[in-house]
Design a protein around this ligand. Structure first.
Ligand SMILES: NC(=O)c1ccc[n+]([C@@H]2O[C@H](COP(=O)([O-])OP(=O)(O)OC[C@H]3O[C@@H](n4cnc5c(N)ncnc54)[C@H](O)[C@@H]3O)[C@@H](O)[C@H]2O)c1
Length: 323
């Protein structure tokens, strides 16, 4: 089997690439290194089954030099907290349009990384794949990310309906672990660990009472592997997440990470960053997954509890910090 990963030098892409190469499949990886790093590719960059292409997927000619059975499309702009909504909308659309064009040409399947952010402000948790998608007003630029992923899901399903393009859509719930970007781009675990390593206050956005259900990256990758290799995943949508009882509020996450990195009984300095710092902003108050579908249909079984995943991630980030 020949697989192409877009965004291979990023967090999830590099962890996934390692697993696919270990399995013995041939892999082409593309990245423009805007957020990913060559460091993430180092363990396998010279492997005979791996080819790396550095380039911008918004360029319609880039994919001409590739051919694969499956394209795992991970390259993406994210929530524009510190970045541009226009870039999120335009780049995500252009990249996906080029990837779809290539999949139709090669008759390959697309495995698309959508996000739990598409469930938005729906107050009815847990979210299953048929739940309503409740976004806020378009004047709030953070919804540009979820909107771009929703257009993506719709485009893919429309191309399936009209041209029989095969697909699997994956909705990830906050993944963390080794190779994560150590800025806000990488999520709260990355920032909190980095703040503590640098001896700075822990920066928590909002009041910290918003909840998330985080997924250790090996579990995220386990879910993606099911979506690549299990035939039953074809032409369907799956949440990829931890069990719903892993829900945690962001402030408690900060305390948990502090406790794992410091002496018992010491108290962290938590700095609340008001949402108004990001302009007109809205957050999701509770984000809880229902993973019944991927468990029952594809045999997915998350293996990591939050504390276990955090310990591995902290160890990795500490070593990176020392370099
Ligand atoms: N990490 C999470 O918790 C999470 C949650 C929900 C959804 N997702 C989705 O999963 C995917 C992977 O996320 P990640 O955390 O690994 O992100 P990441 O930023 O670490 O990886 C994405 C990679 O894509 C590359 N890239 C971006 N634009 C590109 C372009 N125009 N051309 C070529 N390469 C480009 C970046 O350099 C980066 O290496 C994304 O689509 C993201 O939206 C991630």
């Amino acid at each position: 089997m020949k697989i192409l990963i877009t965004g291979v030098a990023g967090f999830i892409g590099s962890n996934l690439a390692k697993k696919i190469i270990e399995r013995g499949d041939t892999l082409i990886g593309i990245d423009n290194l805007s957020y990913g790093t060559i460091r993430n590719l180092e363990p396998f960059i010279n492997h005979p089954n791996f080819t790396f292409i550095q380039g911008d997927l918004a360029n319609p000619l880039l994919l001409n030099q590739t051919h694969s059975d499956i394209v795992v499309h991970l390259a993406s702009q994210k929530i524009p907290r510190y970045t541009s909504a226009l870039r999120t909308l335009e780049e995500n659309y252009l990249m996906l349009r080029n990837v779809i064009h290539k999949c139709l040409q090669d008759k390959s399947k697309i495995v698309f990384s959508s996000t739990s952010d598409v469930y938005g402000k729906n107050p009815e948790v847990p979210f299953n794949e048929e739940s309503n998608l409740v976004l806020g007003p378009t004047s709030v630029k953070r919804w540009a990310y979820a909107s771009s992923k929703l257009i993506g899901e719709q485009l893919i399903i429309a191309n399936h309906d009209e041209f029989d393009m095969k697909y699997t859509i994956m909705r990830f719930f906050g993944s963390y672990g080794p190779n994560q970007n150590t800025t806000w781009w990488g999520g709260p675990q990355a920032v909190f660990i980095q703040n503590i390593l640098e001896g700075k206050p822990i920066e928590v956005h909002g009041d910290g009472l918003q909840t998330r259900t985080f997924t250790y990256v090996d579990d995220t990758v386990q879910g993606i592997m099911k979506c690549i290799y299990e035939e039953k995943s074809e032409n369907d949508i799956f949440n990829i997440a931890s069990d719903p009882d892993e829900e945690v509020c962001i402030k408690d996450l900060a305390y948990k990470i502090w406790d794992l990195m410091n002496d018992r009984g010491s108290i962290p300095d938590i700095k609340l960053i008001p949402y108004s710092n990001f302009g007109k902003y809205e957050d999701v108050l509770r984000r809880v997954p229902d993973i019944t579908k991927i468990k029952t249909m594809l045999g997915y079984k998350p293996a990591y509890k939050l504390e276990e995943g955090l310990k591995i991630t902290i160890k990795w980030q500490k070593e990176l910090f020392k370099k």
